[in-house]
Design a protein around this ligand. Structure first.
Ligand SMILES: NC(=O)c1ccc[n+]([C@@H]2O[C@H](COP(=O)([O-])OP(=O)(O)OC[C@H]3O[C@@H](n4cnc5c(N)ncnc54)[C@H](O)[C@@H]3O)[C@@H](O)[C@H]2O)c1
Length: 412
């Protein structure tokens, strides 16, 4: 029997991309789970058995979780008597690219009436370094005793249900009692648990996301350098990677956007007093790729976009997902429209999409914004700007060399 059996768990922000998969897992592990969310549409959707966004394998596990008693509510009163309270609200950066700490502080205060010495409060959002210490000190200053842990989520959007089961879980706290309680919770969900201090855990999450953002940035920078020089980048890319183990992790270029990588890189930059030069450079490169594709399409259309029809394929921030948060497709769309183009777009995951055939036949040029699987077999009849290299790549010329390594060894 799982240690979560019969435990009363509430997940605040429970109908979001991170909260809902986690809540489903709690319910499946036998916890009496309630998701609290201010978004009534999402709450209704969950109670009707539908994930409000695309999560692979989501609805089946949700149905099972609902049968096991999972509930969703907009009422915070459901938190009374909880054993475990998990906070998973968004932690964005503000218009100056600094962390918007007020959201976390506000929600913490809004729920403190439920905090008791027996309760375990788990922060699950990605946090600006030092937030946990601030929260801990805040509780002390208010004379409130409760167990407090930071256990950041590290899943890839859309695949959370699989990854919660398979990824090691980071658990951190300031005291032994809180750690023990949080460990008892997460050892029921994850294959292993890594213990860190809260500051280490905050940093781990931000550095992991910033590293990914930088990896994409170097690929994007190389893409722009090659294409600017009149070279097809993918000939270089394939040559670098062909049978060359040291380059096996070399990322392909593409729009690097979405609700996490950009803002987490900026949080780390803000924490390091804006001296994280690589982070800011990565932001300039990754965001600048949008304008680069607009310049390329302008070139294809005789240097003038006014009155031309340009098609965009994919508006979500990542392939085979329906999430448009911080998607660069919209940056591209805005720039094209400002230059006078008539923009039409398709995305198989969005209800208000234009028909794909219409986009393919009416466009004078197309930008592949998101490489959804559905786009990989299209034969295009107009120029395509495809940073991702999914719509056809040049064949790498590889000629036979020494017949076998053995033969060479014999000669030596
Ligand atoms: N999206 C991901 O794949 C991912 C992965 C790892 C970590 N994270 C981190 O997890 C956190 C949450 O991200 P997300 O993508 O799930 O965000 P989200 O916007 O999808 O979910 C947040 C949810 O919180 C709800 N909410 C907001 N204010 C509330 C309040 N006062 N009371 C109750 N509910 C409230 C919203 O309605 C929403 O449903 C962020 O810190 C993010 O960086 C996200």
């Amino acid at each position: 029997m799982s240690d979560l059996q019969g435990k009363k768990v509430v997940v605040i922000g429970g109908c979001g991309h991170v909260g809902l998969p986690l809540g489903v897992k709690f319910a499946l592990a036998g916890a009496e789970t309630t998701l609290v969310d201010i978004n009534k549409d999402s709450v209704d959707s969950v109670m009707n058995g539908n994930f409000p966004f695309l999560e692979h394998g989501g609805d089946e596990q949700l149905h099972l979780a609902l049968r096991m008693g999972l509930k969703a509510s907009t009422e915070k009163s459901v938190c009374a008597g909880a054993d475990i309270m998990v906070f998973v609200i968004g932690t964005p950066v503000d218009e100056h690219l600094n962390p918007k700490l007020s959201d976390v502080l506000k929600i913490f205060d809004a729920y403190r009436e439920f905090f008791t010495p027996e309760l375990l409060v788990v922060m699950r959002s990605t946090l600006f370094p030092g937030t946990m210490e601030h929260l801990s000190e805040r509780l002390k200053a208010q004379g409130i005793k409760t167990k407090l842990a930071f256990c950041p989520e590290r899943v890839s959007q859309g695949y959370a249900l699989d990854e919660i089961d398979s990824l090691p879980q980071i658990v951190s706290s300031f005291d032994e009692e809180s750690f023990k309680s949080a460990y008892e919770v997460f050892r029921c969900l994850a294959p292993s648990v890594i213990r860190l201090t809260p500051l280490e855990a905050e940093m781990t999450k931000l550095m992991a996301n910033s590293w990914r953002y930088l990896e994409f940035a170097i690929a994007n920078q190389f893409y722009m350098i090659a294409e600017q020089s009149g070279i097809d980048f993918y000939r270089v890319f394939d040559a670098i990677r062909y049978d060359y183990p040291r380059a096996s992790g070399y990322k392909a270029p593409g729009f690097a956007a979405g609700p996490c990588l950009f803002k987490d890189t900026m949080q780390l930059a803000s924490f390091f007093n804006n001296q994280f030069y690589l982070g800011h450079s990565a932001m300039l490169v990754n965001e600048g790729l949008a304008e680069f594709t607009v310049a390329k399409v302008t070139n294809c259309l005789d240097g003038n976009l006014w009155g031309k029809t340009v098609g965009l394929l994919g508006m979500a921030f990542k392939p085979d997902n329906d999430d448009i948060r911080e998607s660069l497709s919209f940056r591209v769309k805005k720039a094209l429209e400002f230059a006078g183009a008539n923009v039409i777009w398709h995305d198989p995951y969005l209800a208000d999409s234009t028909d794909l055939d219409q986009v393919l036949t009416q466009s004078e040029a197309i930008i592949m914004c998101t490489p959804h699987k559905a786009y990989r077999t299209i034969n295009f009849n107009c120029p395509v700007i495809d940073v991702w290299g999914v719509s056809g790549r040049p064949q790498l010329e590889v000629l036979p060399g020494t017949e076998s390594v053995e033969k060479v060894r014999k000669v030596i």
